[in-house]
Ligand binder design. Structure first.
Ligand SMILES: CC(C)(COP(=O)(O)OP(=O)(O)OC[C@H]1O[C@@H](n2cnc3c(N)ncnc32)[C@H](O)[C@@H]1OP(=O)(O)O)[C@@H](O)C(=O)NCCC(=O)NCCS
Length: 217
């Protein structure tokens, strides 16, 4: 996905995260729920996640095909504060991925609306390389897709992945995303314009796929 970190004009206000369980809220705009998988927990970002995100998500192998993340703790703090504001506005959401072996996030899933009302969304994700191939991605991705289709109400979720990004494209393919085309020279990274694959998953297709017993891992 080209732009996990390039969606924002960072805000300065740090906001303490809260969950619907804590607040009694049911609308995701008031606070993201905690989504529990077998190996990972997804939850809203907290400003004190900044140090962990800096350590986990800034290595070259992670960032080479995505928009560059912040390079400082303060930059991540501003990014986190921005994610909370955008979620409150109903335009965007960002889940932290906390593996069961850790108590800090090792990855992020971002989802933004492509049209007012979130009928069409775009998502992006990054995971610390220590967890690549562990199954954490697939589990977290399924939780995010279920949430975005069933709670947010998206009908289509798009992703863009640089054509050279083998893991990114492989990850989308195995989720059942359909490659709909190539966006030629659509992503500027390190001075080069890269081609990107456009992938999409439709709500109906996802529901059929996840209702099908063979989709077990
Ligand atoms: C994208 C990301 C979150 C996926 O997590 P992951 O744990 O690596 O994903 P998985 O291992 O579950 O799935 C990747 C699939 O791609 C396959 N793959 C790896 N390299 C590949 C290549 N060069 N060509 C094709 N497929 C490849 C893997 O074999 C795997 O498929 P399998 O499980 O059927 O074997 C992670 O790699 C990441 O954070 N990458 C850096 C950030 C990034 O590029 N994000 C944007 C993605 S568009």
């Amino acid at each position: 996905m080209a732009k996990p970190f390039a969606l924002s004009e960072p805000a300065l206000q740090a906001v303490a995260a809260s969950t619907p369980a804590e607040t009694g809220a049911v609308d995701w705009r008031d606070g993201l729920p905690v989504l529990k998988g077998r190996r990972v927990t997804l939850r809203e970002l907290r400003v004190d996640d900044a140090q962990s995100l800096l350590a986990m998500l800034t290595s070259d192998e992670i960032t080479r095909f995505i928009s560059p993340p912040p390079t400082t703790v303060e930059g991540f703090e501003r990014f986190i504060a921005w994610t909370l504001r955008e979620r409150s506005a109903g335009r965007y959401l960002c889940f932290a991925v906390v593996p069961d072996s850790l108590d800090v996030p090792a990855g992020l899933f971002q989802v933004r609306e492509m049209d007012p009302g979130f009928g069409v969304a775009e998502w992006g994700f990054a995971l610390a390389s220590a967890f690549w191939g562990s199954g954490a991605f697939l589990e977290a991705a399924e939780l995010v897709l279920d949430f975005t289709f069933n709670q947010v109400g998206a009908q289509r979720i798009e992703a863009r992945a640089a054509t050279q990004n083998g893991r990114g494209n492989g990850a989308l393919r195995k989720l059942g995303a359909v490659q709909e085309g190539v966006l030629r020279r659509s992503f500027l990274r390190r001075g080069a314009l890269l081609d990107q694959n456009l992938w999409a998953i439709l709500a109906d297709e996802w529901r059929v796929r996840t209702a099908d017993p063979p989709f077990v891992h």
